[in-house]
Design a protein around this ligand. Structure first.
Ligand code: CO
Length: 454
């Protein structure tokens, strides 16, 4: 057991994403930022793909400005982001040059710790990001995207973790986005990992199935170095164990977090009030959802799916879609349900239920099936393979090896785009070029807004 377990506060990113569909505005974070900065968290998770997307598409906020403001408001706390490896904060693969640019700028604007994962656990897809983070002098955390399937064995996880350490990562994260990592499995996995790797181990788990407090506690018994929690008024449900609860439980075991429970009360009260403003974005989950132990659908994905179905007036189909997600996943060699695979599989499952099974295949599902996102963990279903290969060729190399996109080309495109919008040329700001690359559809309003505030 580790006597000094670090705490990463996730309310600003994953708590926000899992409970409020990532709608939390910067203006509702800034007033509490200095209090968060005082606590002594090992890091605050504040940025990531869903945040980037939501800023541009829904909040009309410049995601880079948000990052700079957060860093300024919390100068003493490490800012952590979730990075989708070669997909960055987007939904497809980008060339090594774009990956380099994005990480360079994220690091300059305030990110200290990069938690880097690949949806398929194909390490070829995180190698480049890890290298760039290391070169920028920041902390590179490699990730196991945890899932349960007949092909994801303990040996398989140990082997992956060892490879992540060998890539030179500063730490390892076990990322249980669906809350399906059981306490005993966590204990065994971390105990075994501790025998073979030296880098610190972080655990990220969700409360969805009701196991998270126990899972975190057993992980601590096994010697985990850091856990992720969310302030109590923004915890549990699709989200995470409460920061305060875990501190109390840890103190009872004689583990110091150096965090005082009473210091967290004003933060919890603050978010309790803020949360009320965002009620319309909350999912309908009450208590614990045990369905997830069967289907392994992550919290963020479920609440988004529910919002989508609500908009279509078809919320009654939620259960059918959830079962279909399992089938589609099986057909794709038991891909872990994490972005972008979760969105692709979710959309295909929805289409399979509304139309006939695999009647329409999205471009993304074809790419996923044929190796354009990386190597599938298991075997691809034959009939899906047949349908997909009638559209495109199957590949086996690292997907980004096929890409050669140049930053300057996008710079020119943005310049043209601005001209078309009738606004000043924003292409000299590299951050805006990256926004344009990552969210090409939906950045129009934001750019107009940026223009008017110049
Ligand atoms: Co999560």
């Amino acid at each position: 057991m580790n006597k000094n377990v670090g705490l990463t506060e996730v309310v600003l990113r994953d708590g926000n994403q899992s409970l409020l569909s990532t709608r939390l505005k910067l203006e509702d974070i800034i007033p509490i930022a200095s209090k968060l900065d005082d606590i002594g968290y090992s890091s605050v998770e504040s940025w990531g793909g869903a945040i980037f997307d939501s800023c541009v598409r829904y909040l009309n906020e410049d995601p880079w400005e948000r990052l700079r403001e957060l860093k300024k408001a919390m100068p003493r706390t490490k800012q952590q982001m979730l990075l989708r490896g070669q997909n960055l904060v987007g939904y497809k693969h980008y060339s090594d040059e774009i990956v380099f640019k994005f990480i360079e700028k994220s690091s300059e604007n305030g990110i200290d710790i990069f938690r880097i994962f690949d949806a398929l656990n194909d390490l070829r897809n995180i190698k480049q990001s890890i290298k760039v983070v290391q070169d920028s002098g920041k902390h590179a955390q490699g990730t196991l995207a945890y899932t349960i399937s007949p092909i994801h064995t303990l040996d398989n996880w140990l082997d992956l973790a060892k490879q992540i350490e060998d890539l030179g990562c500063d730490s390892l994260c076990i990322k249980d986005m669906s809350g399906i990592l059981s306490p005993e499995y966590a204990f065994n996995l971390i105990s075994e990992l501790k025998k073979i790797i030296q880098i610190p181990i972080h655990l990220h788990t969700h409360a969805t199935t009701g196991m998270s407090n126990l899972t975190n506690l057993r992980a601590i018994d096994a010697g985990v170095d850091n856990i992720d929690t969310s302030i109590s008024s923004m915890s549990m449900g699709y989200g995470h164990s409460a920061t305060e609860t875990m501190i109390y439980l840890m103190e009872e075991k004689g583990i110091s977090t150096k965090i005082k429970l009473e210091d967290l009360i004003p933060i919890s009260n603050y978010f309790k009030n803020v949360r009320e403003k965002y009620e319309e974005y909350e999912g309908s989950m009450k208590g614990v959802d045990i369905q997830m132990l069967v289907n392994q659908v992550p919290g963020g994905m479920l609440s988004n799916l529910e919002t989508q179905l609500k908009a279509l007036g078809k919320v009654n189909l939620l259960k059918d879609v959830v079962s279909e997600i399992y089938n589609v996943r099986k057909d794709l060699g038991f891909v872990p349900l994490v972005t972008p695979a979760s969105q692709i599989i979710g959309a295909q499952a929805l289409s399979n239920i509304i139309n006939k099974k695999y009647e329409t295949l999205s471009v993304e599902i074809i790419d996923l099936a044929l190796g354009y996102y990386g190597k599938l963990p298991g075997d691809l279903d034959n009939s899906l393979l047949e349908k997909a290969t009638s559209n495109k060729k199957r590949i086996t190399q690292r997907p980004a090896d096929l890409l050669n996109d140049k930053f300057t080309n996008f710079q020119n495109d943005l310049s043209i785009f601005c001209k078309k919008l009738g606004i000043n040329d924003l292409s000299s700001v590299e951050e805006h070029v990256l926004t344009f690359i990552l969210i090409p559809y939906g950045s129009e309003e934001l750019f107009k807004n940026l223009h008017s505030s110049i």
